[in-house]
Design a protein around this ligand. Structure first.
Ligand SMILES: Nc1nc2c(c(=O)[nH]1)N[C@H]1C(S)=C(S)[C@@H](COP(=O)(O)OP(=O)(O)OC[C@H]3O[C@@H](n4cnc5c(=O)[nH]c(N)nc54)[C@H](O)[C@@H]3O)O[C@H]1N2
Ligand SMILES: Nc1nc2c(c(=O)[nH]1)N[C@H]1C(S)=C(S)[C@@H](COP(=O)(O)OP(=O)(O)OC[C@H]3O[C@@H](n4cnc5c(=O)[nH]c(N)nc54)[C@H](O)[C@@H]3O)O[C@H]1N2
Ligand code: SF4
Ligand SMILES: [Mo]
Length: 726
């Protein structure tokens, strides 16, 4: 091993949505360095500081490589109290998991097993393509995921308007002359529902060609700092801003709907819904003056092309779905949907949309609170009550795949308590985290650089058509498995226990997820077997292997009406469904009895974080404590707080103590705490993260506060009180 040659590999960073190309130097099974891949036509050498964390993850001594079984102490009640973990073989682990889940379902019904799927699944070809065999074998309705603390509104809107939950238009950032960002901070997050490596250069590019970047955010974020114009907005009031912007469009007759009329004949009916919301009416609630609102609209309309893009801050709040819907209407009514420089549909090489679920609507409501299911999942805000409330259908066992809901979902302490009451839990994760410490069995997959990768999800949301496949960078031991092998093993066992046919499994084992990608590539519009103007690329897995830096497939192209999945090839605006929520808007903002909260909580991201799970990399946590409460000088004065003081913050559901950071970058009346911290729980095995624990902001976020249209959690705009610790 020691005299192995140094080798260079070209791969993709899977940590965020940007899909940066990386050049990884290895020697034997050692990873020497990770650099940006200069020859990757999409990311052109760009990486952020997080890319190195892929190496840290690989080298991390805390990481599990073999399945572990928790050994309870005599009389011990909860999972994590002084547990010890014992390594076991894969077969024993799979049998234990399948037999326990099967037994619990036999005794209590299929819904007694709950599933929570976290964010990294979306970055993992194996989990995305083969995980579903396992979830289907479980036959439970109790499915949850990080979608409902994130992009659920976008899926519902796309399902209703375009007929498929994943047919989401993307800002054509490289051609737009006017980019309006509402509640997104791509300079920290590197972009979301917008796969955009090197976003900083691309944003600067807009300004270089004489265009404008406008940011609407309660915080003067890193992105706002780089923009031409930034306006503070009261958290959660974006819905009013959008209503007023649409109102101005009609008042000033700025509409430009000719191109879209054939697909959405009723688009002009929007007018009657937005008529009552003049800029003047909403200005006090939003904190944005009527003249600025009008100007925002006229500037947008005057630009040659423009894209209005709303993300996290606009999606994960009380009116997230209606807000995102109105953003879509605004793009449509200004003639910017499906137009170069506007919001466009990516045309991916391996298109999963035609073969994936469109998103089932309204089939079920949750047992305890009656929240709506979408695409076979309930909102995670109601997971704890489904575990804690007795009765038929109560969750008795959990499967957690690549998620850490004890840190990442609202009313986190309640969920933590709920998990400790479960009869059986299995986690598919390589760390013993705040969540997986509750498990009876942990099944650890390999890390990103140890598996093949094709970005099955994020190619679909890219700002350029692009395709890239990379093989594993380092070899793994014979007894290490990838996520898909874990899921397929469990699925096969469960189907057998349920007396179902398992005849199709041998061919799946042989095909592997990469075989599925190969089929998709070959049959796709740039494919070997494809027809039409793009077929010249003749893509297949082989072609991509021969181009390890990836293949550029050109700028986004207009895609209507093909992008529409409805049989009538029309956009269904579905006013009845969305605009019904205006009643709730009126009740919330214009009811005299509802006084605005004096202080509300929002979140933030930092370039060196990745939700809850990169804090075990020493270089990601180096330096000053970043888990601080940001507060405006005005509010600090009001509460007698000096920079660095520790304060107690309380919400309806919990309280925490945290260090303050006074900054005028945050709007008065708003405080900000980043999520993903709070690594001080007993029983976790994250030796570095435990030294830099921070506090978990989701102790404060409220499971009963949801965007009622979707059930999406409200993580931005949570009412809180603050008091100095004396
Ligand atoms: N207050 C507040 N809360 C938030 C947010 C916020 O802005 N504010 N953001 C929300 C958002 S957008 C999201 S997406 C969620 C994320 O919430 P989650 O998905 O629940 O949490 P993660 O922190 O992404 O946890 C991922 C887990 O997967 C493991 N993991 C990593 N890679 C792999 C892999 O390849 N395979 C497997 N099996 N496991 C792996 C990690 O070790 C980690 O334990 O958090 C949400 N929570
Ligand atoms: N470094 C890093 N990158 C990440 C992640 C990470 O944890 N760390 N997570 C990844 C994930 S899972 C996701 S989903 C994406 C999210 O990526 P983004 O959508 O860009 O999310 P954030 O960076 O949290 O930016 C949200 C912005 O919304 C603002 N905001 C809060 N409340 C409101 C409001 O009510 N109205 C308005 N208009 N703005 C508001 C906040 O101040 C913040 O600037 O990032 C991904 N990339
Ligand atoms: S921007 Fe995202 S994909 Fe690129 S290196 Fe950073 S974490 Fe990885
Ligand atoms: Mo997310």
């Amino acid at each position: 091993m020691s005299n192995a040659e140094q080798q260079l590999h070209y791969s993709t960073c899977t940590l965020c949505e940007a899909m940066c190309g990386i050049e990884v130097a290895t020697k034997g099974r050692q990873i020497l360095s990770i650099k940006g891949d200069k020859d990757n036509p999409f990311s052109q050498g760009h990486i952020c500081p997080k890319a190195s964390a892929l190496k840290d993850l690989y080298d991390d001594p805390d990481r599990l490589k073999r399945p572990v079984k928790r050994v309870r102490r005599e009389g011990q009640e909860s999972a994590w109290e002084d547990s010890t973990w014992e390594e076991i073989g894969w077969d024993e682990a799979f049998d234990l998991v399948a037999n326990n889940l099967h037994r619990i379902q036999q005794e209590n019904g299929n819904n007694a097993v709950g599933v929570y799927l976290g964010n990294p699944n979306a970055h993992n070809m194996g989990s995305i393509l083969f995980g579903p065999y396992f979830y289907r074998a479980l036959q439970t309705h109790n499915r949850y995921s990080a979608t409902s603390v994130d992009q659920l509104p976008h899926h519902i809107i796309s399902r209703r308007l375009f007929g498929h939950m994943s047919q989401i238009p993307i800002p054509d950032i490289d051609h737009t002359q006017h980019f309006m960002i509402i509640g997104g901070n791509p300079l920290a997050s590197n972009g979301s529902i917008m796969t955009v490596p090197n976003v900083k250069t691309r944003l600067k590019g807009i300004q270089k060609r004489g265009g404008k970047v406008v940011v609407i955010d309660p915080k003067r974020s890193e992105t706002a700092d780089l923009s031409c114009e930034h306006h503070f907005i009261r958290p959660g009031s974006d819905v009013l801003l959008l209503l007023a912007m649409l109102n101005v469009l009609f008042e000033k007759e700025l509409n430009n709907v000719d191109a879209l009329k054939p697909y959405a004949e009723d688009i002009s009916e929007v007018e009657k819904y937005v008529k009552p919301y003049s800029p003047l009416k909403v200005s006090e609630h939003t904190g944005i003056s009527a003249s600025v609102i009008t100007q925002l609209v006229t500037d947008f309309c005057e630009a040659e092309s423009a894209a209005c893009y709303g993300r996290m801050g606009a999606s994960v709040q009380a009116f997230g779905t209606l807000t995102q819907y109105l953003i879509m209407l605004f793009n449509m009514l200004t003639g910017n949907l499906d137009k170069r420089g506007g919001m466009m549909f990516t045309q991916p090489a391996a298109d999963t949309l035609p073969v994936s679920g469109k998103g089932s609507m309204g089939d079920f409501t949750s047992r305890v609170r009656g929240l709506p299911a979408f695409a076979g999942e309930y909102p995670v805000a109601c997971l704890a009550e489904e575990i804690l409330t007795p009765g038929e259908g109560q969750i008795k066992a959990m499967v957690i795949g690549a998620g850490n809901p004890v840190v990442t979902t609202p009313n986190a302490e309640q969920l933590d308590r709920a998990f400790s009451t479960l009869e059986f839990t299995v986690a598919v994760d390589f760390y013993i985290t705040e969540t997986s410490r509750h498990a009876d069995i942990i099944l650890p997959p390999v890390t990103a650089l140890e598996r093949d990768h094709y970005d099955v999800v994020f190619h679909n949301f890219a700002v350029r058509n692009f395709a890239k496949y990379s093989e594993a960078v380092v070899e793994i031991d014979e007894d290490q498995l990838t996520d898909w092998q874990i899921y397929l093993s469990l699925a096969q066992r469960l189907d057998a226990l349920n007396g179902k046919s398992t005849a199709h499994y041998p061919s799946l084992w042989e095909k592997q997820p990469k075989g599925v990608v190969d089929d998709l590539l070959k049959g796709g519009i740039y494919g070997k077997n494809g027809q039409g103007e793009n077929a010249g690329y003749k893509l297949s897995l082989e072609t991509l292997k021969a181009h390890p830096h990836g293949i550029d497939l050109g700028p986004l192209q207009s895609a209507l009406p093909h992008a529409i999945f409805h049989e009538d090839q029309k956009i269904h605006l579905d006013f009845e469904y969305f605009m019904t929520d205006l009643k709730r808007v009126d009740a919330h903002f214009f009811n005299e009895q509802n006084q605005p909260n004096s202080l509300v909580l929002i979140g933030r991201r930092h370039i060196k974080t990745n939700n809850s799970w990169l804090h075990n990399s020493p270089r990601m946590v180096k330096g000053n404590n970043r888990c601080t409460l940001q507060i405006n000088p005005e509010d600090a004065d009001k509460h007698g707080v000096k920079d660095g003081d520790v304060v107690t913050v309380r919400s309806r559901v919990g309280q925490l103590k945290i260090e303050t950071e006074i900054t005028d970058a945050i709007m008065p009346g708003v405080i900000s705490i980043p999520h993903g911290w709070g690594h001080d729980k007993k029983g976790i095995q994250l030796s570095v993260a435990s030294q830099h624990p921070g506090v978990n902001t989701n102790i404060l976020t409220d499971d009963l506060l949801v965007d009622e249209l979707s059930g999406n959690a409200v993580l931005n705009g949570v009412p809180v009180e603050l008091e100095k610790v004396t």
